[in-house]
Design a protein around this ligand. Structure first.
Ligand SMILES: C[S@@+](CC[C@H](N)C(=O)[O-])C[C@H]1O[C@@H](n2cnc3c(N)ncnc32)[C@H](O)[C@@H]1O
Length: 249
């Protein structure tokens, strides 16, 4: 390639990069995506830009986490929330999902607030209208305290966004993820009302297909969703199981 052409290309790239960087927000970057001149720069940076934009949005809206926009999309698409529901949120900290569910239940029908019970191994600052249980869901006493809080009443919607700390080794991390997912499924087996729904974060990998197969035995409808607020490169997806059967297949 001639020197002049290379210099010209270099200048164009610099200009495009500068345009994208100059106060670039998510929409700027998306617009740039269709602009060949900064395609490469933009493609590399879209996930970070989306992440930044969602964090900014969460902060501006007073929400505790960007994860809330994943839930918002999932719930809206399948109309999961109904007035007066009892919702259990496993792996709730820092509280974005519980906070959003609480707000939505109040918005739908403030006279029938239902219940939101949140549980996490980490402490979480209190949220009005959310009952919080602090503990490791793998421990029997923690499950017992959740059962005590339910006092024999069944749950309408079980959410699990639980994710163990990553070691970076798939052979270690994936079994941990799947173990928590098994426990959440067991909990839903025992406490979700017939017809109820179960939404759980999963990671593609060993055990994923078997897990989804097990869900299909228990629920009328099982779909795998990847919300747009979820990082595209992340292997995380959400399994949404609706219509819990009285008897598993
Ligand atoms: C992705 S975060 C949840 C974010 C939350 N949905 C929100 O909107 O703020 C995953 C959570 O799972 C929790 N977790 C991981 N292992 C757990 C366990 N064994 N018992 C309870 N919570 C657990 C973590 O402490 C972490 O807070």
């Amino acid at each position: 390639m001639g020197e002049r052409v290379m210099a010209k290309k270099g200048k164009r790239k610099m200009a495009a990069v500068a345009t994208c960087r100059k106060g670039a927000n998510f929409l700027d970057l998306l617009a740039c995506r269709f602009n060949n001149r900064c395609m490469q720069y933009t493609l590399r940076n879209i996930p970070k830009a989306v992440d930044r934009a969602l964090r900014k949005k969460a902060k501006a809206e007073g929400m505790r986490s960007r994860a809330v926009y994943k839930l918002e999309e999932l719930v809206a698409r399948d109309r999961l929330l109904k007035p007066g529901m009892t919702v259990v949120d496993l792996g709730a900290a820092p509280g974005g999902w519980s906070q959003w569910i609480r707000q939505e239940l109040d918005r739908i029908d403030a006279s029938r607030p239902g219940r939101v019970i949140a549980l996490d191994i980490l402490e979480m600052p209190p949220l009005a209208g959310v009952e919080f249980l602090h503990g490791d869901f793998r421990e029997d006493e923690v499950l017992s305290s959740l059962e005590t809080a339910l006092d024999g009443k069944s749950v309408d919607l079980v959410l699990s966004d639980m994710a163990p700390n990553k070691s970076g080794m798939d052979s270690v991390d994936q079994p941990r993820v799947m173990y928590l997912a098994e426990l959440a499924m067991d909990f839903a087996d025992g406490h979700l009302r017939p017809g109820g729904a179960f939404l759980i974060k999963l990671f593609h990998g060993v055990g994923f297909d078997d897990y989804v197969r097990e869900l299909r035995r228990r629920y009328d409808r099982v779909v795998i969703r990847k919300p747009s607020a979820s990082r595209q490169r992340s292997p995380e997806v959400y399994a949404l199981a609706q219509g819990k059967r009285l008897q598993m297949k």
